[in-house]
Design a protein around this ligand. Sequence first.
Ligand code: PLP
Length: 400
Amino acid sequence: MSNTSELVQVAKASLYPNYRQPDLVFGHGRGAELFDLDGKRYIDLFAGIAVSTLGHAHPRLVAAISEQAGKLLHLSNYYYNEPNVVLAERLCRLTNMERGFFCSSGTEAIEAMLKLARRHFWANAQQQRVRVIAFNKAFHGRTLGALAATGQPSYQEGFGPLSPTTHVAYGDLDAVKAAMGDDVCAVIVEAVQGEGGVTPAPEGFLQGLRDLTTEAGVLLLGDEVQTGVGRCGTFLGFQSFGVEPDAIALAKGLGGGVPIGAMLCKPFLINALPPGSHGSTFGGSPLASAAANAVLDVMQETDLLKHVSEVGAYLAQQLAGLAEKHPKIAAGARGRGLLQALVLQEGVDARAVVEQLRDKGVLVTVAGGVALRFTPPLNVERALLDEALNVVDEVLGGLS
Ligand SMILES: Cc1ncc(COP(=O)(O)O)c(C=O)c1O
């Protein structure tokens, strides 16, 4: 079973049909390029939904994973393992948090953070604080807890009843104030709404949330699953706004492609989840931790955050130029660092544009139903971006 049509046939007959994959099978990648089984080359500007921080087959990541696999792959949390201890200390330093809990995905990190909030108040004799304030168009994951915070009704349909949550408009501090009450335990927010359409927090919004939550005595939870690990040009998306939440969730880019999630919190929260109250068999595995350490090593040694800021600014400028050039198709550009979007005009079928780009060898994703989202590997080179942007220009030109 090695050719595309055979594999696609078997996939359609055996995989659960909850995704919408095209008839394409990828075999390998190199940097920001992917190759399908027929040898066709694609420029990868989606990086597995903002995951492949160092691109594909980065020699440092490959070496770290191989070396760790030969030593110790898995242990569980019954004992410490060195790569995980090292990683925890590094992440606390990078984020100015006090402690880190490890799991294997973004949703699990969010779930841990929501449980942290509830149990913190339960342990402080405020059991009534169970409600969360979240934002319309937010995406926080799909387990029942995280799904309650996700502010997109289409994802929630058919899964209720969900945990008590109030959704308000992203950017609307008055609405947050109005939704506040003594049953609220936390406000959860993304510094840039990724899945919702690549919408950066409006000026002053995150600081306003910081002030409101402090005043109300509730937690500010930062969902850094998509924005974290350098994606916005700072280690955390929140750092680019100069605001510190009480706890954060990381995942996606942290392992450069190896599944890992982390929840980090401030000192006053370190007793909220005592032994036995929460856990994960795979969380903090030596393999995933070694991968994350390799990502952080390369990030530091190559000054990757500076590269993200520079190339991100370039990409933003080029996308804004394309929007000006094709005003009937594109309405504008927005984003932060290498989380950028070209917003399409109402009525333009974003999915069809993504398909046309893919046929011409450029991979991007749709965000919020209205935008082409660009989340390339953080070490993407400008020349490759230029090559891909020429294709975007051509496709938009064909639609105008
Ligand atoms: C902001 C945000 N939070 C949480 C998640 C869920 O992460 P995962 O798919 O790893 O469970 C995502 C995934 O897209 C995300 O973008």
